[in-house]
Design a protein around this ligand. Structure first.
Ligand SMILES: [Ca+2]
Length: 120
């Protein structure tokens, strides 16, 4: 419990990914998205270079509340609030960590687009 709390504090303070084995270990060269904040709850992995134009097809639209991403340098994902890469979006390049998505993204992401325009 202490170790997990320490890791969480480190992520929030520095944005670094934890490498210790927790209930929500990072996947390799992918993005791992979670229904819950702080990398909890149901999770789905998105492989580097492979987007998903409609997260409802995997029953994961309007759910994502936290994201851990470990892509190679130059790779990224654009996270969209609507299907087919529409709506509001943010781009996450290479390694990134979002323990608690804010408005308008929390519980609203509906598609994820793989991109090579990183950094832009
Ligand atoms: Ca959620």
């Amino acid at each position: 419990m202490l170790a997990a709390a320490t890791l969480m504090a480190g992520m929030i303070a520095g944005g670094a990914l934890p490498f210790a084995a927790t209930a929500a270990a990072s996947c390799s060269t992918c993005a791992r998205a979670f229904d819950g904040a702080s990398y909890t709850g149901t999770e789905k992995d998105f492989s580097q270079g492979v987007g998903n134009a409609d997260l409802s097809t995997i029953s994961f639209d309007n759910k994502i509340s936290s994201i851990e991403q470990t892509l190679a340098v130059g790779h990224g994902f654009i996270w969209w609030t609507d299907a087919d890469y529409q709506g509001s979006s943010f781009k996450a390049c290479a390694t990134a960590a979002y323990p608690s998505l804010g408005s308008p993204y929390n519980n609203a992401l509906s598609s994820v687009e793989a991109t090579l325009s990183c950094p832009d």
